[in-house]
Design a protein around this ligand. Structure first.
Ligand code: SAH
Ligand code: SF4
Ligand code: F3S
Length: 454
């Protein structure tokens, strides 16, 4: 009895506990960090499992149909928890919530609070209000408050430089879930980066849907993305700067040159191709063609020869013929991407491409094209990775290897996952000799001589 009493009195029993499940891209990962920071600011603590939480949150994604269905399955599980413990609060944030808005409540009556990506800060308002009757928050407000983030890793941080997207890619749901593009003020961003550096952060990843369009909307003074890169590079303590995603149409020479000139800017550019056929790129409204994309790649190779280039590709866009698809294979072959995320086209509600009824690619054909694409992506990725064998790379250690806890895992400046033997601790930057390479991972051993000399 006495033991039970003591347990009830420990702070973790008294404080309310939250659990967040995150779906989708780095933006969502970072929004979840901000939700966690905010919740801890109002006295909540993180629960290890959903079953122990007083507040169950989902930060949702809607980029492809699969993302929707995965989340709906999770929500079903939360509803079962709520049946057993009716006092539990269930919240749904993110892009899926934004895309269905108040329908969340009619479809899933057990949800207590729903909010879009621009309304993360409203969650605290809801939780601290007197009445907890179901409410939804779906306005776009530009950047939603400078919330403290609870970082997943000590030395790595995300910094959101803009919200929304002004592009109009015909397949994409993001402009409708994240609203118009708004850049965060230059000075506020630098202040955030300086705070992070003072807090021990070594690697910063700048986030936005179209990062290299940053600053054009700022007033009175317009800013350029390359200016931001320079300013972040100049901050003492920041060893690595990354960004995602740039748009090929805005990939100007000043940004590429920054990779050659700025010591902290990593030798990795994620440049989403989407399709190799200019005809399909036009139908996708990507605003560049195959030649322009290849020209950007040539410029990168000219100024930063060792730069890793990765990409996103969609197969089976409506109207994509075998000849169009072959052009995608040709570009993949020619560029030799270090890696690629490949997706089967998924029609999204409210998008232009979802309305197309002609030239739809049958499912089996999409799957078959995907297999052929993955084969070329992996073969070229494997070939590209061989250039690292025999070299000693700087690796930022993330922790033990997921497959073999006696080994360590980290990332090279090229964005490559490195699996190695050594003595390093998470957060350290060490030199690793690369002994072999597959398309996904480099294998190596820590250069202990370098450690002894330091
Ligand atoms: N803003 C980023 C990417 C956002 S979404 C950019 O423009 O590059 C991430 C990737 O998901 C996209 O690059 C695209 O390849 C893929 N994607 C987006 N909508 C899709 C859809 N309807 N079907 C399949 N893949 C999609
Ligand atoms: Fe979507 Fe295109 Fe904007 Fe990327 S640039 S988020 S693909 S609309
Ligand atoms: Fe990201 Fe998914 Fe939204 S990819 S921007 S969380 S639709």
């Amino acid at each position: 009895m006495a033991l039970r009493f003591v347990r009830l009195m420990t702070p973790s029993r008294i404080q309310k506990r939250y659990h967040v499940t995150t779906f989708g891209c780095q933006m969502n990962e970072h929004d979840s960090e901000r939700m966690k920071g905010m919740l801890e600011g109002i006295g909540y603590v993180e629960a290890a499992e959903q079953a122990e939480a007083d507040l169950i949150l989902f930060n949702t994604c809607s980029i492809r149909e699969k993302a929707d269905s995965r989340f709906v399955a999770h929500l079903g599980h939360a509803s079962a928890v709520k049946k057993q413990r009716p006092e539990v609060l269930i919240g749904v944030g993110g892009c899926w919530a934004q895309s269905v808005k108040d329908e969340v409540f009619s479809q899933f009556p057990f949800v207590d609070v729903a909010f879009g990506p621009g309304q993360v800060h409203k969650l605290a308002e809801f939780l601290t209000s007197d009445s907890l009757t179901a409410q939804g928050y779906f306005e776009f407000e530009g950047f939603a408050g400078d919330l403290p983030a609870k970082r997943a890793r000590e030395v790595q941080a995300w910094v959101q430089i803009s919200v929304g997207c002004n592009m109009n890619c015909s397949y994409c749901i993001v402009p409708s879930t994240r609203g118009r593009e708004v850049s965060r003020p230059f000075e506020a961003l630098l202040a955030e980066c300086e705070r992070l550096a003072a807090d021990g952060v070594k690697e910063i990843t700048l986030l936005g849907q179209n990062v290299n369009a940053y600053g054009r909307d700022l007033r009175p003074e317009r800013r350029q993305f390359s200016e931001l890169l320079r300013a972040v590079d100049a901050i003492e303590g920041i060893d690595r700067v990354r960004y995602t995603s740039p748009h090929p149409k805005d990939m100007r020479e000043d940004v590429i040159l920054a990779h050659a000139e700025l010591p902290s800017l990593c030798e990795h550019i994620h440049l989403p191709l989407q399709a190799g056929s200019s005809r399909i790129l036009k139908a996708m409204k990507r605003t560049y063609n195959r030649e322009r994309f290849m020209d950007r790649v040539a410029l990168i190779r000219e100024h930063v020869p060792d730069c890793a280039i990765t990409t996103d590709i969609i197969v089976g866009f409506p109207g994509e013929t075998e000849a169009d698809f072959r052009e995608t294979l040709e570009v993949v072959e020619e560029v030799g991407f270090d890696g690629a995320f490949t997706f089967v086209f998924s029609p999204r509600r409210g998008t232009e491409a979802a309305e197309i009824t002609e030239g739809l690619v049958p499912h089996e054909e999409k799957v078959e094209r995907m297999q052929r694409l993955v084969e070329v992506v992996q073969r070229r990725g494997h070939e590209r990775a061989q250039r690292f064998v025999g070299r000693t790379l700087e690796v930022l250690v993330e922790g033990p290897s997921r497959t073999d806890p006696t080994r360590l895992r980290g990332r090279s400046r090229h964005g490559k996952a490195v699996n190695f033997t050594g003595l390093a601790l998470p957060g350290e930057t060490v030199r690793v000799e690369i002994l072999s390479a597959s398309s996904q991972t480099l294998m190596g051993e820590e250069s202990l001589l370098a450690r002894a000399l330091v």
